[in-house]
Design a protein around this ligand. Structure first.
Ligand code: ZN
Length: 514
């Protein structure tokens, strides 16, 4: 759609464009036209005809420009935009039918809704402000069966990007509701439609190719939901956005500045213009979906993607534990059942698709090491934070961690430290050994050989680069909060308030506690 002056033939995409100043002054008739303007058609043809090396170069420049604009308008948010676009771009690839769900996680100050709003200005996005999973296929008692098809969400988001800014209601409710809801979501996220039955309307639904992409936002995931996600074989991925690290005074100044400053709408508009401009290059490059050049994929990157998927499966596995005062529990007072570990092949294919979406942003139809930049933070954001933090601590210590190090660095009690270390052992990430301490043995965990990639300089390099995004420096939890969030067992919750909740003085030595 564009605008044209019937007298002078001037064309522009907006009626407010400078080109119409004289037309408006002289009362020329300006009409809204369907289709594309001469300029848009020329732009599209130019992009389509560029030789591929020139296209890649041009796309790089445009991407750099987009990132600069976002950084200027919304500092530290260009990476979130990059990950969001890597999700949306998957719709451009021939053969991708699996739905990729990416949920931005962070405090209100992280601008996660702004990120979603910027992306939603692109074509083929469907924004839903009050979303419930029941709306995919409706069984509303208030509507006649014939009218339900008009309200069903699934056909409307087919081959589009669904954008839901507030997902908290989806993750709340009683356990039975949650299990039913996630069971339904698990099927919808296969991208093959969904059919459901109700007493009022009988069976309704859709089958066939009903793939879509999904971007959402939430403040945080409650602990019991991580358990559910782990149990149901996931299909959901997250990106943690770091909370504001500013001091209270600095925050106060910023809020004061924002109150006086009415530029938010302007900044939003300039970011939207920049993203539309960038996306026009992706959109206009090819009329059809992009054929993947699997031959050109880096095998090495494939291996790393699979390792990340295996790591994630372990990090978000559920380990049922129960509290015991039994003397044969190894002194840790917890017993463990078999862990529930998701099949890493699903996450591998999801991560592969995310990497492919990222490659599209750089004009490639094959993956390289660069595409891991988006996969790694998503993998490390998609598991309970405390377990990820313990894993990172292990990496920083080159794969070897003693109970004393853990207690000291994470400021947790000896019981918590031993329990969490045991869990990593049960999950098959580490081997456990005991060394002689001064009075009592010191527990040591060692990262298993098969995960040695994660202590390589390359991986540590990625971690350092992404650290600012994943871990705000001021988020140290108190020992009690740490224990609560670390607890993967309802049974254990009941024992809060026992010896584990006594905060440890920072200087407490292991010998003294043992
Ligand atoms: Zn005119």
């Amino acid at each position: 759609m564009y605008y044209q002056c019937t007298t002078c033939d001037f064309e522009a995409e907006s009626i407010g464009d400078d080109v119409f100043v004289d037309c408006k002054a002289n009362n020329h008739e300006i009409l809204e036209m369907s289709g594309e303007s001469t300029q848009q058609r020329r732009h599209r043809q130019e992009i389509a005809e560029l030789p591929s090396d020139q296209f890649q170069e041009k796309l790089q420049q445009e991407f750099t420009h987009l990132k600069e604009v976002i950084e200027h308008d919304f500092p530290n948010r260009s990476f979130a935009i990059e990950v969001g676009l890597s999700v949306k771009a998957q719709l451009k690839i021939e053969g991708i039918t699996q739905v990729f769900v990416l949920i931005f996680m962070g405090m209100p100050s992280t601008h996660k809704s702004t990120v979603l709003e910027i992306i939603s200005s692109l074509e083929d996005c469907y924004v839903s402000d009050s979303f419930t999973p029941k709306s995919f296929v409706s069984h509303s008692a208030n509507s006649k069966k014939a009218d339900l098809a008009k309200v069903d969400l699934l056909p409307r988001i087919r081959h589009k990007t669904l954008i839901t800014a507030e997902l908290a209601p989806m993750f709340s409710g009683n356990p039975d509701d949650l299990v039913e809801r996630f069971g339904m979501l698990t099927r919808i996220l296969d991208g093959r439609g969904f059919k459901s039955d109700s007493g009022i309307h009988g069976q309704r639904g859709y089958s066939g190719d009903y793939s879509f992409m999904w971007l959402g936002a939430i403040v945080d995931i409650p602990h019991r939901i991580w358990k559910l996600i782990g149990n149901l074989g996931a299909k959901m991925y997250f990106l943690r956005l770091a909370a504001d690290r500013k001091s209270t005074n600095a925050k106060l100044e910023e809020i004061k500045k924002n109150l006086k400053d009415d530029s938010y709408t302007q900044r939003l508009e300039s970011s939207k213009q920049a993203i539309k401009r960038f996306w026009s290059f992706i959109e206009n490059r090819a009329e059809n979906k992009i054929e993947w050049d699997a031959e050109n994929n880096s095998d090495d990157v494939f291996d790393k993607i699979i390792k990340l998927a295996m790591l994630l499966a372990k990090l978000r596995a559920t380990v049922p534990t129960w509290h015991t005062s039994d003397s044969d529990s190894g002194g840790t007072n917890y017993n463990y059942e078999m862990p529930v570990i998701e099949d890493p092949s699903r996450a591998s294919s999801a991560f592969y698709n995310l990497a492919r979406g990222h490659a599209i942003l750089f004009g490639r139809n094959y993956i390289t090491n660069d595409d891991l930049t988006v996969v790694i933070p998503v993998a490390l954001s998609s598991a309970p934070k405390e377990r990820v933090e313990l894993f990172k601590l292990l990496i920083q210590n080159n794969g070897k961690l003693t109970s004393a190090d853990f207690i000291e660095t994470a400021k947790v009690s000896r019981a918590t430290a031993l329990k969490e270390m045991k869990i990593l052992n049960i999950l098959g990430l580490v081997d456990e050994s005991e060394e002689e301490g001064t009075t009592k043995p010191v527990k040591t965990i060692m990262l298993k050989n098969e995960f040695s990639y994660f202590i390589s300089d390359e991986f540590k390099g990625y971690l350092r680069k992404l650290d600012y995004l994943l871990t705000p420096k001021n988020s140290k939890l108190s020992p009690k909060e740490n224990l609560e969030k670390n607890t993967l067992s309802d049974t254990l919750d009941e024992h809060l308030g026992s010896e584990d909740t006594n905060p440890l003085p920072p200087s407490a030595s292991l010998e003294g506690r043992a």
